[in-house]
Structures are given as C-alpha cells and as structure tokens.
Design a protein around this ligand. Structure first.
Ligand SMILES: [Fe+2]
Length: 301
C-alpha cells in the first residue's frame, strides 16, 4: 500500500476522517424528502426557494427542482437557475452546443447521424460520475439535468451521494476503500476520432480530496475505454463497490423526472434506466445537461 494513503484513505488522519464523517451524518439526518423544490421564476429565485435548494444540497449533494410550466422547455431558464447557485463556468464537449448545453435524446430515432455515445440512445446507462475521464484541471464538479420532455416509459435516474458511499465502504472494507484512493487506480486511454486526438490518456484515483476540501469521485461501470490497475486488491475493491451499487442502500434514490423537473448535483453517482418513446412522430425524451467546474455555492445568492 502506498504510504501516502493513510488509514483513512483520502483523509490525512483517522481523526480527520471521523470528524468529517460525524459532520456528514449529523447533517444528513434521517428525514428528507424527494419532492422537488418548486421554482416560480428561475430567473429570480426567492429567498425561501434558495434556502430549500441549498439545504438539500448541503445534506445530500443533490436537489430535485420543478420549474413553473412556463419555463419547462427553456435552457436559458435552467442556466439562470444554475447561476444563482454559483454555477457559472460551463464545460462543453464535442456533443454540446456553443452554450455548452447538451441536448440528450435518442438520436437513433430520426434521420440524424446515430451517435456512438450511449447517452444519446435509449439504452440504460450504468453508474458513473460525469467527466470521470477529464483531466485534473478540467474536473466536472457539478451538473444539472433538466427534463424538457419525459420518455413514454422508463428513463428513471438512480442517484447516490458519493460521500455516503465512501463512508459505507470505509466502515465495511477500509482496506479496499484505500485502494480506490491510489493515484493509478484507473487509466482512461487516449480518445482518437478519425486520426484526431480528442483526449489524452488520463490516470487517477477513484476517490480523491479536491482542492476545495471536498471528496471527489471518478467512476464508471463501463467496461470499455477504462483500464483498472492490475492488482488483486483493486479488483476486489471495484467488485465490492459494484456490489454496493446494486444493493438496496438506504440513501439510493430513484427518480423519474417529469416535464420541467431537474436534478442539480455536485457530480454524484448516477445511472439511467432504459426508456422507450411511444410514437416516433411525437416528441421523445429530451434532457438538457450542463456541466460546471464549480460545486454549488452554499452561501447567500
Ligand atoms: Fe452522467
């Protein structure tokens, strides 16, 4: 085991980990709601709406919201809401527009070019954090997923606060949790498309302490384009993590976003169930996704 990985993984001492854990669990509480916070005017959120949003994020690193129907299909309204929570530095990708908004829908339905990226199909997406393949100076620390139109059926999202998962893993298998903090736990090979390098090789830990003092997680259950460290402990650790993700954890949330509803989160673990759109001629599932460099600000707007 790397000597830099202390007994408490990403924390510098057991004492520091226990203090962080106590603060997290005390703040998490046992009573919380999965009802969305209603937002009357996303361009100018009220003090009470802001308080409800921030309270949920502080506890669980995510919050569900519902915009007034007038704004259900407005990416500008979603962006305005994000800005009031301190999210301003957007991160684009080759699939997003100039405004860095990704329009996530099933591109295999119509006459558009089918995407080779699974998010743009109706297939299930396994557990992952966003941008697990991005370099350190380009980390995705938060994102919003907003439903402009739900699927005919399916398309639920699973959500897990990665901090709660870390605590659970430290309690059940501390040695395996520590393996996931090694700087060479995962390797993402170079991404080359038509001879052009879109992304350099990246190597990093699953769990790390971000420069802002918050726990950061890089993870995907994808089997392609990711290489796990060839070491029996890391293999065990990934198997253990996967077994936790498929078990009925008390803080696992499954939500089916309705029109005008969304998820704001500090890049927690999430997944998507498969879905189907009822008729090819009607609008299908459409989500707006915007990624940010910052975590959500928990101060005053
Ligand atoms: Fe995602």
């Amino acid at each position: 085991m790397d000597s830099s990985i202390a007994a408490s993984g990403v924390f510098t001492s057991t004492r520091q980990f226990l203090a962080w854990k106590k603060q997290k669990l005390d703040g998490y509480g046992s009573e919380y709601t999965n009802l969305p916070v209603n937002i009357a005017d996303p361009f100018r959120i009220r003090e009470d709406e802001y308080t409800h949003l921030v309270e949920q994020v502080r506890r669980r690193n995510f919050v569900l919201y519902r915009l007034d129907p007038e704004y259900s299909e407005s990416p500008q309204a979603v962006m305005a809401l994000c800005r009031q929570l301190g999210l301003v530095s957007t991160i684009g990708n080759p699939e997003s527009g100039q405004d860095h908004v990704s329009y996530i829908h099933d591109r295999t339905r119509g006459l558009e070019n089918p995407s080779r990226y699974i998010p743009y199909t109706s297939k299930p997406l396994n557990w992952h954090t966003d941008g697990y393949y991005y370099p350190e100076n380009h980390k995705v620390r938060s994102f919003v997923m907003h439903c402009a139109h739900p699927a005919g059926s399916g398309g639920e999202n699973g959500l897990i606060d990665h901090e709660m998962l870390y605590i659970q893993m430290q309690e059940l298998a501390p040695e395996l949790a520590q393996c996931l903090c090694l700087p060479d736990t995962l390797t993402i090979p170079q991404n080359v498309e038509q001879g052009k390098v879109l992304r350099e090789t990246f190597q990093g830990p699953v769990y790390s302490m971000d420069e802002n003092g918050c726990l950061y997680m890089r993870f995907t259950q994808r089997r392609h384009h990711i290489i796990w460290k060839q070491c029996s402990k890391v293999t065990q650790a990934i198997a253990f993590l996967n077994s936790m993700l498929s078990s009925p954890l008390p803080w696992k949330v499954t939500v089916r976003l309705a029109r005008g509803e969304g998820i704001l989160c500090n890049n927690i673990l999430h997944c998507r169930h498969a879905y189907s759109d009822l008729h090819p001629e009607t609008s299908g599932r459409l989500l707006y996704r915007i990624r940010f460099h910052e975590r959500m600000s928990l101060g005053h707007p």
